[in-house]
Design a binder for this molecule. Structure first.
Ligand SMILES: [Fe+2]
Length: 249
């Protein structure tokens, strides 16, 4: 159970909702993508996520050829810096680092030619994303090669891909292949768009959600996460057999 507080008639009222202890999608390593910019922002965001009930944060900076050229060594170095900074300030958090891999030629080259460059997280999971607008020419091949190599691919925020919105059969096809789906909690609030919220609800109703994630890029996302965990569909989502807490190390 996680504890949240709300101000009601100037009186602090405690509200308890069942929660998740593990988040596996966020951008909390400073200065390497469009997430937090420095150690102070990183710590401020981590503290806010702890207040939401999280004990383990598997943070996943973007890896995208030519835009975010983050390799595994840099991700681990940054993770260690944040760990040390948090510990120095007395903040207790299990912080792990992986990545959100954009499906592009750079990713496919790593997958085909040097898998040791990939940085999976607990259980050999790899988080992948595509363009929001256009289908990826690499998606089916990436799923096949990842699975053939013993990885478990997870599609980040399937509800956000505009090219999938009118193609429910494709969602089912991908999920039935074993591509795991990670829903963004913020999608439940309509934060991205009413259509994204509609698809998020449809995925939950169909039981086609394996993980939920914050996709938190910094303190600016905390209010929407606070709102999301009060949504009726949050309760439905966490009633699904989610894999989040199975990642506890
Ligand atoms: Fe993300």
């Amino acid at each position: 159970m996680i504890k949240i507080f709300s101000d009601l008639f100037n009186k602090k009222e405690e509200v308890f909702v069942p929660g998740l202890k593990v988040d596996m999608h966020s951008h909390l390593l400073p200065g390497i993508d469009d997430g937090v910019e420095d150690l102070e922002q990183s710590l401020e965001t981590i503290k806010a996520l702890i207040a939401l009930g999280y004990e383990t944060l598997i943070t996943t900076p973007h890896v995208m050829g030519g835009v975010y050229n983050n390799d595994a060594a840099l991700l681990l170095k940054k993770r260690d810096e944040v760990r040390a900074y948090a510990a120095g300030k007395g903040i207790k958090i299990n912080l792990e680092a992986s990545a959100e891999y954009f499906l592009d030629e750079v990713f496919m080259d790593m997958l085909k030619n040097d898998k040791s460059k990939l940085l999976p997280f607990s259980g050999n999971h790899i988080l992948i994303e595509t363009s929001f607008m256009y289908p990826s020419p690499y998606l089916d091949e990436a799923i096949f090669l990842l699975q053939a190599s013993g990885f478990k691919p997870i599609l980040a925020h399937p509800e956000r891909y505009i090219y999938l919105h009118e193609d429910w059969d494709r969602y089912c096809e991908l999920h039935d292949k074993g591509l795991l789906f990670q829903l963004n909690l913020s999608s439940l609030t309509g934060y991205y768009s009413p259509m994204v919220r509609k698809i998020a609800r449809k995925l939950i109703d169909a039981g086609r959600v394996n993980f939920v994630g914050t996709d938190c890029h910094g303190a600016r996302h905390i209010p929407v996460l606070q709102k999301a965990i009060k949504d009726e569909y949050y309760k439905k989502a966490i009633a699904l057999p989610l894999l989040n807490n199975s990642l506890l190390s």
